[in-house]
Design a protein around this ligand. Sequence first.
Ligand SMILES: *[C@@H]1O[C@H](CO)[C@@H](O)[C@H](O)[C@H]1NC(C)=O
Ligand SMILES: *[C@@H]1O[C@H](CO)[C@@H](O)[C@H](O)[C@H]1NC(C)=O
Ligand SMILES: *[C@@H]1O[C@H](CO)[C@@H](O)[C@H](O)[C@H]1NC(C)=O
Ligand SMILES: *[C@@H]1O[C@H](CO)[C@@H](O)[C@H](O)[C@H]1NC(C)=O
Ligand SMILES: *[C@@H]1O[C@H](CO)[C@@H](O)[C@H](O)[C@H]1NC(C)=O
Ligand SMILES: *[C@@H]1O[C@H](CO)[C@@H](O)[C@H](O)[C@H]1NC(C)=O
Ligand SMILES: *[C@@H]1O[C@H](CO)[C@@H](O)[C@H](O)[C@H]1NC(C)=O
Ligand SMILES: *[C@@H]1O[C@H](CO)[C@@H](O)[C@H](O)[C@H]1NC(C)=O
Ligand SMILES: *[C@@H]1O[C@H](CO)[C@@H](O)[C@H](O)[C@H]1NC(C)=O
Ligand SMILES: *[C@@H]1O[C@H](CO)[C@@H](O)[C@H](O)[C@H]1NC(C)=O
Ligand SMILES: *[C@@H]1O[C@H](CO)[C@@H](O)[C@H](O)[C@H]1NC(C)=O
Ligand SMILES: *[C@@H]1O[C@H](CO)[C@@H](O)[C@H](O)[C@H]1NC(C)=O
Length: 521
Amino acid sequence: MKAVATLALLQLYISATADLVTAEVSGNVPIETALSASPGDIVVLPCYTAGKVTPLVTRWTKSGREIVTGGDPTRRFIVSPNGSLKINGTMPGDVGNYLCNSTLPDNSSFLARVLLQVTSGPENVSTSISPATALSNRTLFTYRGSSVTLRCSSSSYSSQHLTWAFRGDSSSNDSLVSGSGSSLEFTIQDIQPSAQGFYSCRAHNPVSNVTVNSSTELLVYYVSDRHPECKWTLTQNTSLVQFTCTWLEVYPTPKLRWDMGPFQVADSLNVTMSRSTLSDGQTVNCTAQDQHLGPEKEKSCSFTLKLPFPEGEPLVSTLEASNVTLTCTETTSKPPAITTWRKGVQQDYIESGSKYILSLEGPVFKLTIVNVTKEDEGFYFCHSENPLGLRELEVELTVKTASSAYTGVVIGIFIAALIVGSAVIIAKVVYNSRDRICLGGFGQVDDDGGDVLSLVESDDEQVFQDAVPRLPPITNGHHTTLVQIHRIPSSDHEDAETADTSPQQQEDTVQTEEPVELVEF
Ligand SMILES: *[C@@H]1O[C@H](CO)[C@@H](O)[C@H](O)[C@H]1NC(C)=O
Ligand SMILES: *[C@@H]1O[C@H](CO)[C@@H](O)[C@H](O)[C@H]1NC(C)=O
Ligand SMILES: *[C@@H]1O[C@H](CO)[C@@H](O)[C@H](O)[C@H]1NC(C)=O
Ligand SMILES: *[C@@H]1O[C@H](CO)[C@@H](O)[C@H](O)[C@H]1NC(C)=O
Ligand SMILES: *[C@@H]1O[C@H](CO)[C@@H](O)[C@H](O)[C@H]1NC(C)=O
Ligand SMILES: *[C@@H]1O[C@H](CO)[C@@H](O)[C@H](O)[C@H]1NC(C)=O
Ligand SMILES: *[C@@H]1O[C@H](CO)[C@@H](O)[C@H](O)[C@H]1NC(C)=O
Ligand SMILES: *[C@@H]1O[C@H](CO)[C@@H](O)[C@H](O)[C@H]1NC(C)=O
Ligand SMILES: *[C@@H]1O[C@H](CO)[C@@H](O)[C@H](O)[C@H]1NC(C)=O
Ligand SMILES: *[C@@H]1O[C@H](CO)[C@@H](O)[C@H](O)[C@H]1NC(C)=O
Ligand SMILES: *[C@@H]1O[C@H](CO)[C@@H](O)[C@H](O)[C@H]1NC(C)=O
Ligand SMILES: *[C@@H]1O[C@H](CO)[C@@H](O)[C@H](O)[C@H]1NC(C)=O
């Protein structure tokens, strides 16, 4: 039973009620009371609130009709000695205006009015949100993009007002929808993470002024369509590599694992591997799982590890006082290698300065040696190292001095003279034996005479080529003698690292093999 203090508001209500007779007895101001009771409640309607004098007799009327308590067989209505009316088991029909008239010992009348409301609820307020799944703590979750229907129902006698409100990260307590009736539902189409928060249904009974709330936390999960990202981070220690697997735009936090390791709940998972556990061609995988979707929806990223493979020209020659650039291309290495230039047997680390200029053009590492001197001659190493291992490109630099170029010219002239001389001798021999040989005899003579002369050169091709005097080809001659100049590398570069560079090397050789055509007299 809810007793509510007399209010001006109620005064208005009572004034508006046609069947209520405002009884005025001189000296007495009617006392007005509003009461609210639920069906079945025992309610006491007060009459003589002053309570000091026991009334001689009290009569209660409801809407102008007297309540005959004595003739009530159920004895639901009982008038107490102090004048109050007790209703044993209120029923909805008991709603109304009650008036008591007590006669006091001094023959005066005491009047009091009571407004009785019979109301109940709201009770059994229940909410349902679907589609959604409950977690162990009764919080619900749904997936982004779902159409979620929220329904609230409540029992209330006589009427009620239902309101759905939302409190999330960006809204404090927004009223979403409201209405009267036993239930209220609405749908959120294509639900987004911003709709994550607390949904509360408020059921308000305006008669009893009772409000009941039911609040539910709803989480909006989402899984990125994208794959996790596999990355590497090189450390100070070149034989170690840190792999990082990151799967963003996933809520709640996904489960990640590297290769066959255990799954860990994290957005990002690092693993450090060392040279001893890595091998060329090995594939490193990261598998990512949504916490709730499990293995069916798992995604992965991976990469295949590759040893470094620095490539370039193994033999370079240049003239003294010029600038020369050695190049080394590293495109294979995974993870990327640290590529440096080194010099000599000691493999001294080359740093950029006035003598050496280091530059990088895409994957091409360039070393420019400024104002080359004879001392710069020797071996250079393009040193490429990644966590899997180390590979080097060996480059031999030869420096031609102006005098050696001159020597080349002298040798060239000498050889040319030698060839011309031998040709003259052969011609003379052939001429002298012309009676002994027929047409077919020429072949024999050719064999004996060694028409094909191979010159073997171990020096730089460019300089040498320039130094060899070229006789103009004579097209009307009878026979041609071919002079082939081969270049044989002065050191053995045919190791594993430079094996692939052999086509380039061959190309160089072909250039060198420019035939020198001589006319046989
Ligand atoms: C109250 O009761 C007295 C005596 O029974 C009567 O005279 C009086 O008119 C009543 N007052 C009202 C407002 O009914
Ligand atoms: C009047 O009597 C009833 C029952 O006897 C009691 O419940 C009520 O409190 C009393 N009222 C006053 C004002 O004393
Ligand atoms: C109220 O009514 C019930 C039955 O309806 C009865 O058992 C009970 O005794 C009554 N109480 C009073 C105080 O009259
Ligand atoms: C009260 O009224 C009755 C009759 O209405 C009368 O007999 C009685 O004397 C009165 N008493 C007083 C004290 O006025
Ligand atoms: C409220 O729920 C309880 C238990 O579930 C049930 O006994 C009662 O009848 C319900 N009340 C209403 C008004 O529906
Ligand atoms: C319920 O559990 C989820 C997931 O563990 C958590 O995010 C949420 O805050 C919890 N809710 C409450 C009300 O404890
Ligand atoms: C938000 O509204 C609900 C229901 O209307 C209420 O239960 C809750 O206390 C309110 N919270 C705030 C912070 O206003
Ligand atoms: C209803 O109750 C609230 C507090 O619960 C109060 O602030 C408000 O004034 C009440 N309204 C009425 C009409 O009694
Ligand atoms: C993983 O490594 C990166 C880079 O070293 C670092 O920034 C990050 O905090 C690490 N993450 C974890 C979860 O350890
Ligand atoms: C890595 O992933 C590929 C392709 O998904 C798979 O073939 C391979 O077996 C995986 N390797 C490991 C070590 O899990
Ligand atoms: C060699 O390089 C230096 C430095 O870049 C430059 O000053 C010089 O002109 C270059 N010499 C030749 C011959 O290209
Ligand atoms: C190149 O080096 C030689 C010998 O060290 C030196 O005499 C000459 O001045 C240098 N030339 C340049 C352009 O630096």
